[in-house]
Design a protein around this ligand. Structure first.
Ligand SMILES: Cc1ncc(COP(=O)(O)O)c(C=O)c1O
Length: 406
């Protein structure tokens, strides 16, 4: 799992450790308020403007992905205020999406158990959810292509229901990670882009997992050909060696903020922390020097995909899907229908435990098991990973038969 989708360059990267040490020796901290900054924060901003899509030339730093999404929500509201449309304050998100664990992050996310824990007032006002593009679980009789279009069009229906003049933004992960690695059908994102363009609403790509090469492109939005106005990020930005997040703000938005906005009263003590920025700079330099993203796209992802898709033949597996270095399997009682085990999650948990015992870290969301290996995994390690998946599937099948699940 690359720690938690973050240790993209793997462990033991001395360059990253040295970068932190050097920076902490020279200047461990200074704030980024009052028109101040530090050399590593400036250098990182320069690199981010280069590696992100061309509409992005400004960055706000944060300490995490959740803070990045919080900041985005504030900027979205501010943008429409400055354009004298303060009533445009609704953000549309998706059920089962994940956008973090702060109040805004949990509200933007579509995890019902997290919403319930927010207490009687629940989700923050002005946040609504539409259904996710999870074909295997919810596609019914539709083909993936039909289903992708149908789920995207729920955005249009929601906008019409709320009133187009009230909708501020749409947020989505290119591939939903924590929700169970939901890889949308190919028809989904182009239709979403058509709809956000039609209504002129802001589009936020949450790249906390998909950013920095995970899909085989620098950002998931590039893999799916979308053109976001905000791009939120964290995790692989520093390969997880130190905590740092941020959000890229497109020229469309920053122009309004700069020209009309005056000061935006925002910032965290640790925004642009010099040591974290120095590590992120060193991290992205290695990304470029070792052609990490290109290697994922042209070599590792195709190699994993051919091996991974073979898992679909296993009696316990209903679907084996992958994109880039993200891959999932669905455990089912009957391969001929897309029916789940009832109750859900127990077989998945058993499989997860079995994997751990066999020396493989796999994450489980109900009966969906998934991996996100470091972007520096070797072919031999992919082979080892696959053999451990198969062994764990076989052992889980024996258990499931004995326990009457099959
Ligand atoms: C897509 C996505 N957005 C936001 C977050 C929140 O990031 P953090 O845990 O750094 O606050 C996560 C964390 O896993 C995530 O997967």
């Amino acid at each position: 799992m690359s720690g938690l989708w973050c240790v993209a360059l793997g462990y033991g990267r001395k360059e990253l450790i040295d970068a932190a040490h050097r920076q902490m020796t020279e200047l461990p901290y200074y704030n980024s308020f009052f028109q101040s900054s530090t050399p590593p924060a400036i250098e990182l901003a320069r690199i981010l403007a280069e590696v992100t899509p061309p509409q992005f030339n400004q960055v706000f730093y944060t300490g995490s992905g959740s803070e990045a999404n919080d900041t985005m929500l504030r900027l979205v509201r501010r943008y429409w205020q400055l354009l004298e449309q303060p009533h445009r304050n609704v953000i549309v998100s998706r059920w089962n999406g994940y956008h973090g664990s702060t109040v805004a992050g949990a509200s933007l996310g579509g995890m019902k158990p997290m919403h319930e824990q927010l207490g009687p007032d629940g989700v923050l006002p002005g946040i609504v959810h539409i259904n996710q593009p999870y074909w295997f679980g919810e596609g019914g009789d539709m083909t993936p292509a039909e289903f992708g279009l149908a789920r995207a069009r729920e955005l249009e229906q929601k906008i019409e229901e709320i009133g187009p003049e009230r909708v501020a933004a749409f947020i989505g992960e290119p591939v939903q990670g924590a929700g169970g690695l939901v890889i949308p059908p190919d028809t989904y994102w182009p239709e979403i882009q058509r709809i956000v363009d039609k209504y002129g609403i802001l589009f936020v790509s949450d790249e906390v997992i998909c950013g920095f090469g995970r899909t085989g492109q620098w950002f998931g939005c590039e893999h799916y050909g979308t053109r976001p106005d905000f791009l939120t990020m964290a995790k692989a930005l520093s390969s997880g060696y130190l905590p740092i997040g941020g959000l890229m703000v497109s020229d469309r938005v920053s122009r309004v903020l700069v020209e009309k906005g005056g000061e935006f009263f925002h910032g965290f003590t640790y925004s642009g922390h010099p040591a974290a920025c120095a590590v992120a700079v060193a991290n992205l330099e290695i990304f470029r020097r070792e052609h990490i993203v290109e290697r994922v796209r042209t070599d590792l992802a195709p190699y994993l995909a051919t091996r991974w898709r073979d898992l679909a033949a296993h009696p316990l597996v209903g679907e084996a899907r992958c994109v880039g270095l993200l891959a999932a399997i669905e455990l089912v009682p009957d391969k001929s229908s897309r029916r789940f085990f009832e109750p859900r999650g127990e077989v998945g948990m058993k499989m997860r435990e079995t994997c751990t015992r066999n020396g493989l870290v796999m994450r489980a969301t109900r009966d969906t098991l998934f991996i996100a290996p470091p972007l520096v995994i070797s072919h031999a390690e992919i082979d080892e990973l696959l053999s451990k998946v198969v062994r764990s599937l076989d052992e889980t099948t024996v258990w499931a038969r004995a326990e009457g699940w099959l």
